[in-house]
Design a protein around this ligand. Sequence first.
Ligand SMILES: [Zn+2]
Length: 387
Amino acid sequence: MKRYLLIIFLSVFCGGVLSAQSTGCAESWKKAENREPLTEAECVAVADSIHKRYVTLDSHNDAALYLNHPERLARKVRNNAAGYTVVSGQVSFEKMKEGGLDAGFFAIYLGQKALDQKSLDSVYTLCSTELDLFKKYVGDHAEEAEIAYCPSDLAKIKAKGKSIVVLAIENGYPIGKELSRLDEFYNRGVRYLTLSHNSANCICDASMDKEPERYGGLSDFGYKVIKRMNRLGMIIDVSHASSSTLADVLECSKAPVVATHSGAWEMKNHKRNLTDDEMRAIAAKGGVIQCATGRFFLSHLPKKDVTVKHLVDHIDHMKKIVGPDHIGLGTDFDGGGGVVGLEDCSKMKAITVEMLKRGYTPEELGKFWGGNFLRVWEEIINVSKKM
Ligand SMILES: [Zn+2]
């Protein structure tokens, strides 16, 4: 009996290392730990072990609406075939399995429109309907996937061999001017809110707005939103927010904040990207920057020439600025994400392979792939308990 328990213990807690040994790559794993150069084959073997051992997560995709409405995806795919450059259908539970990606934060995305009461009510209804539809979708695929509601759920669901879904909303637009909607969406399972999309809503100014700033950062209502999210233990996502909004949020939030899908301004001057100082400020507050994979954020090169290497250049830069404890990945798949070599989430290990080549250790990769984000999420919950 004891021996049986020991075997279970070893296979559960040492899965990665054991599988590394069984595929003959224990030595390669050691080399990776010591940042020694690895061959291509060694990188692939160690990457496999890393994805087995650690919970891996993608902090942002826009796949939920396509999964809710397969006809829209079919239309998009037909358009792709007709020569359009947008690639869609990048996320499925099957592809996640294939790519060794355990968890995805699936955002219900709401495009920004007018701020009159009628529009606010209608976007709230839309968000609510899409959220229900997506929860039903996951429920209908209960053999393959399960929703996680707190950080510790992720390892439990991974152990069952299922894909992990975390619910999110991209754009605070449907919150309108009603704080109670934050409580409502949180109670219905939503764990992060991206404060804005490309232009101002009732909460804050956004980085891509063509109009002059409305509030110079957070609105009066926006300050209340941050306070309420802190109290709820809801993750504040500052991707898409303007620099002034980010500064206000960092000043008033009691909890760390995250950027779920942003690039580095220093590497490409794109309004959506974060400056070195902004990244330092997010990290100083205990937060994390999740590198986006959309080629617009990464490089000026044509689409066909932007590869995983350019993506990892951004990750390297982020690591240089904030260190290995404050970085991660948010693909933005089905929302513009993806480069050559990382066309969909079946290819996630290509990132790990490239990072191993550049001397990242398995431990650093474990943090990058989820350890950092989950630590920040835990901290956000801890702060809420003290409020
Ligand atoms: Zn986005």
